[in-house]
Design a protein around this ligand. Structure first.
Ligand code: HEM
Length: 547
């Protein structure tokens, strides 16, 4: 049988669909938000570049304003480029803007509707949120800090040891961050740690993440633009077989990890969730995917934030902020012990550095798309029903009306409240030790918006604090010497990868202990491989129950 008539048929259906979407949409008395002029049928598809979209959209926003409209082959895409616009729509009108765009390949086929990030805001989503929420509160996050303390101690031990061997050539800092972040989240979720960062569970987890980023990419699969194509029989729809294989890979990973979690000693998320009333109406796969997505969400996001912290350190740290932070750490902590969470109230500058890292290079730099099923009006513009609404994190974090001048520079001080020393009243310290009096209440847009805001953000903030404090206390950091040239390469702070999360392009960094006292303290603290992490998890569970 020839395939040619079928291809013609498909093309015909596609053109009909696009035309219908373009011309039969409901008219409104308000105009659409401004944007580049669309071409017939394809709209702005041909104008949106394939790479660094967030950067191009940011530049378009300077011409078209804070609310822009693009037509992606008839699919309305509304881009929000200021904090005010994102806050007004995604936070204040979150009852309308909390769905996700339909993603046939990544959402419906590969993960069979079980990917938390891609779920519609419906009863099933709320069921999962109810199950996760008690484990992710500020108070719960505070009880996991000993686990983060342990993994960051191990990170220091590993890096100091490796520096002794590699010297000025530097270490693969990304790998060390990834191991520590993954080990923390796997211990919490499944009760086992990752000692080398090359364990099969992590390799499979990274493959699943890579496939998610690839299959979820705009334009990667025609079926995402034209979901009716999914009704085609399997022999005409090769993506279905590919999706089945990817689903099986992910299912085996998540179910395998869940079972390890249930069998491991000590408390963990797997055991806690399995007993929850919500899990009683879920299949094993559904519960396993919930945990698996939580592990994925926590794994590379914090790692990437720490990678950008190193880039900021190398490209702008020589100026003032690193020296300021190190002087403060020497004063508060001294040279006889590691910084701890107990020091945090006096180390607001470290939290400011974490906030500035997330602002300067948002991890999900283009934002995570929201979706509205109903039409709306904003700033005199019509937002059509079924619009994808994207808050461009790069543009929003460059909003001078919110973050002040020099938004392209790394300036942690913009997060510090002025003159708290002269205030007589006691500072307000949250349950995780963050000194909220000493910090300005600027929006943390890197964690998203409204009802879909990142649920792991409290855990992430603790993670960044302890890791950044300890690295600044321990090391002087420079780009590692390139063996081929014998020189330290110049690091370009905009040189990044493409994808859902945006990493700096790989390089090595020399993390040189600031003195013999660092080696001594780190050696004394020692490796944590023999630490009873199940006992730490049990203590965390007791503390959660007490609060
Ligand atoms: C620096 C670290 C992190 C960053 C920058 C980050 C950022 C984000 C962003 C931008 C979103 C989408 C929000 C939106 O749609 O408006 C998100 C969602 C999410 N994050 Fe995070 N995240 C981080 C760490 C974590 C951690 C440690 C966990 C888990 C322990 C986690 C769990 C989740 C989950 C479950 C969602 C899905 C929420 C939903 O769709 O309703 N994240 N995160």
């Amino acid at each position: 049988m020839s395939l040619i008539p079928d291809v013609k048929l498909i093309l015909g259906a596609v053109i009909l669909l696009v035309t219908a979407r373009l011309f039969l949409g409901r008219r409104s008395s308000h105009p659409l938000p401004p944007g580049p002029k669309p071409a017939p049928l394809i709209g702005n598809l041909h104008q949106v570049p394939k790479s660094l979209q967030w950067f191009h959209l940011y530049h378009w926003s300077k011409k078209y304003g804070p609310v822009m409209h693009l037509s992606m082959g008839g699919q309305p895409l509304v881009i929000l480029s200021t904090h005010q616009a994102a806050h007004d729509l995604l936070n204040r009108r979150s009852s309308k803007y909390s769905d996700r765009p339909r993603m046939v390949m990544a959402g419906e086929l590969v993960t069979r509707g079980m990917h938390m990030l891609l779920r519609q805001y419906d009863d099933r989503y709320r069921l999962h949120q109810r199950m996760e929420a008690p484990l992710l509160t500020l108070r719960s996050a505070s009880s996991y800090r000993p686990l983060q303390d342990m993994e960051s101690q191990q990170l220091l031990f590993d890096v100091v040891g490796e520096h002794g061997e590699t010297g000025a050539k530097g270490v693969d800092f990304h790998h060390h961050f990834e191991r520590a972040m993954a080990s923390f989240i796997y211990a919490l979720n499944y009760g086992f740690r990752l000692r080398t960062g090359y364990e099969q569970e992590l390799l499979d987890g990274k493959r699943v993440q890579g496939e998610f980023a690839r299959t979820g990419q705009v334009g990667a699969y025609l079926v995402d633009s034209f979901p009716t194509l999914n009704h085609l029989p399997r022999f005409l729809a090769p993506w279905k077989r590919e999706a089945d294989e990817l689903y099986e890979l992910e299912r085996q990973l998540h179910v395998g990890n869940l079972n390890k979690g249930l069998a491991s000693p000590g408390w963990n998320f797997s055991k806690h969730m399995k007993k929850s009333p919500e899990a009683q109406v879920m299949s094993e796969e559904e519960l396993a995917f919930d945990l698996g997505i939580l592990a994925d969400a926590g794994l590379d996001t914090s790692t990437v934030a720490l990678d950008w912290f190193i880039v900021a350190w190398i490209t702008s740290g020589g100026s003032t902020w690193v020296r300021k932070a190190q002087a403060l750490l020497d004063e508060v902590v001294g040279k006889d012990r590691l910084p701890t969470f107990e020091d945090r109230p006096k180390l607001a500058l470290i939290d400011a550095i974490a906030s500035e890292t997330l602002r300067w290079r948002p991890v999900v730099v283009g934002g995570v798309p929201h979706f509205t099923k109903v039409e709306d009006n904003y700033m005199g513009y019509h937002i059509p029903a079924n619009s994808i609404v994207l808050a461009n994190a790069f543009a929003i974090t460059r909003d001078e009306s919110v973050f002040g001048p020099e938004v392209d520079d790394f300036v942690p001080e913009r997060w510090l409240a002025e003159d708290t020393a002269s205030t007589k009243s006691e500072p307000s310290i949250d349950v995780c030790g963050m000194n909220t009096t000493a910090l300005k209440d600027l929006p943390q847009t890197g964690f998203g918006f409204g009802r879909r805001i990142c649920t792991g953000r409290m855990i992430a903030r603790n993670q960044l604090f302890i890791q950044m404090a300890r690295m600044l206390w321990a090391f002087d950091v420079e780009a590692g010497i390139d063996e081929a040239t014998g020189q330290r390469p110049k690091i370009d702070p905009m040189n990044c990868t493409e994808g859902f999360v945006t990493l700096p392009k790989p390089f090595k960094a020399e993390m040189r202990p600031r003195g013999d006292w660092v080696r001594r303290v780190v050696q004394q603290a020692g490796t944590t491989h023999g630490t009873d992490h199940a006992e730490i998890l049990n203590q965390a569970s007791k503390e959660r129950e007490r609060s």
